[in-house]
Design a protein around this ligand. Structure first.
Ligand SMILES: [Zn+2]
Length: 484
């Protein structure tokens, strides 16, 4: 008996991004995505259009491109979540995705849903939710929040930058799920995967749109270029904003240091594969993702956070692969100054094994049970506030004695948690990121009145004994100074 022919229904979607206008990219056919997949189920608000119902620019096309990106993002991270992981409790069982929340050049995650916007730039309609990379980036914020909720409110430029980096890594890994993208990357880079490629250029269309308004507000060929040479500095000593060619403590800018190292890790592991083909690139991306997810869970939220993450990725590789990729990891982190040379070479197999035993004895990775980040109350008058303000400091227990490179040689001494927290809140004010209600402002107040640029708010504590700094969302929109 002949089996009936089965036709798998498909949708049209962008592989990664609509591309910089004028773009000659063509959408590809993808299986109809299933969003309701544990442990990271998502749901797009509104009715699902018929599959294959629309071409680029239409609401139906936007829906299926976003759905495909969400499903690939969930496929990257879902298997790496520890058992029992759910979205942050205020998100609910499924993460709702709103694809067109009105006119803006923005996208954000606010612990309730993902929101995307549209606007017309130089005659081109730009929908942030039509870029698979922007969608996967925002999903990355929600995933990292599920893994490490301590990063949400901590007053640390480096922790916030890691959130942005994790979003871009999410976009990179979701793109590399596709064979067509992997082949394109291998062709464009001639197998030198750390070079600039379609996958390393994150969100070309949104980057182009922002460059029309401010030529040096974002990287020259994308919103952010993962193939970069940005070298670590303690963000406490960096300016609050800078042209895209330089590094600043602004989290999207500073995120590029870690994302740059991550791309080099994928490239280094790829180089170790006996046959360097598309399958090998998929394997290298998969191994790198596992090491990052492990490290995010285990690394303490402290100042010098990148260095701790780096050490924990090297430790995870020692445990899972016997240190097979240690050279690729050390080299990538040293090249970006994330760990000093001495720090990288101090992480010997024996030191890492000893460390692994230490973690096991203390009851597993992550903060010890009951451990809370501590608050610091700083005087409010400096910030034009009527009362002192409590901020959450990066004060978990450091496990590895490693730190970033001092460009002059040796290792940096990371700023203390108090200095990092104070620099962080000051930067937020300088970048107009904080909303403050009228009655909490002193007469010399300097605050953001443009709601769209805000990521934080200063509110009275529940106890009414002062003020506190609370995060409201992670937003893609850069500081007001760069976007009119
Ligand atoms: Zn982001």
């Amino acid at each position: 008996m002949a089996l009936p022919e089965v036709t798998v229904p498909t949708v049209l979607a962008w592989e990664d991004d609509p591309g910089e206008p004028p773009s000659d990219r063509m959408p590809i056919h993808r299986p109809v995505p299933d969003l309701d997949t544990p442990p990271l189920p998502t749901a797009i608000a509104g009715r699902a259009p018929a599959p294959d119902g629309g071409m680029p620019g239409s609401a139906a096309f936007r829906y299926w491109t976003a759905a495909d990106a969400l499903s690939r993002g969930s496929a990257v991270w879902g298997p790496l979540m520890p058992p029992g992981t759910t979205w942050h409790r205020t998100v609910g069982p499924k993460l709702t995705v709103r694809l067109d929340e009105g006119e803006d050049l923005n996208a954000y995650y606010d612990r309730r849903s993902l929101s995307f916007f549209h606007t017309t730039v130089a005659g081109v309609e730009v929908y942030s939710g039509e870029s698979a990379e922007v969608v996967a980036h925002e999903l990355g914020h929600a995933v990292l929040d599920a893994l490490r909720p301590q990063l949400w409110n901590v007053a640390s430029a480096e922790a916030e930058a890691l959130h942005e980096s994790f979003g871009d890594i999410s976009a990179l890994l979701a793109a590399l799920r596709l064979e067509s993208v992997r082949s394109a990357v291998l062709a464009e880079t001639r197998g030198f995967v750390e070079a600039s490629s379609r996958a390393s250029r994150i969100a070309e269309q949104l980057g182009w749109a922002l460059r029309q308004r401010n030529a040096n507000g974002v990287d020259a060929n994308a919103l952010r270029e993962a193939s970069n040479r940005h070298f670590y500095r303690d963000p406490v000593h960096l300016p609050p904003s800078a042209p895209a060619t330089e590094l600043s403590s602004e989290p999207h800018s500073f995120s590029r240091v870690f994302t740059g190292a991550f791309l080099k890790i994928i490239a280094g592991i790829f180089q170790q594969q006996p046959v360097r083909d598309s399958e090998a690139l998929a394997r290298a991306a998969g191994i790198s993702a596992v090491l990052l997810a492990d490290a995010v869970l285990a690394a303490p939220v402290v100042t010098g956070y990148y260095a701790q993450l780096a050490a924990h990725m090297i430790a995870a590789d020692q445990e899972l692969h016997g240190g097979e990729h240690g050279q690729a990891l050390r080299s990538a982190f040293v090249r970006h100054g994330i760990i000093s040379l001495a720090g990288a070479t101090s992480l010997t197999g024996e030191a890492l094994r000893e460390h692994g035993r230490g973690i096991a004895e203390s009851g597993g990775p992550g903060p010890a049970a009951g451990e809370e980040l501590s608050d610091l109350t700083i005087p409010g008058d400096v910030y034009g506030l009527v009362d002192g303000v409590a901020v959450t400091m990066p004060t978990e227990q450091t496990r590895f004695a490693v730190a970033g490179s001092d460009p002059a040689g040796g290792a940096l001494e990371p700023a203390g948690p108090r200095q990092a927290a104070m620099a962080y809140i000051e930067d937020l004010f300088r970048r107009s990121r904080i909303g403050v209600n009228e009655e909490l402002r002193a007469e010399t107040s300097v605050v953001a009145d443009d709601r769209r640029t805000r990521t934080h708010e200063i509110v009275r504590t529940d106890r009414g004994d002062g003020l506190q700094l609370l995060r409201r969302r992670f937003a893609a929109r850069p500081a007001r100074a760069t976007v009119p």
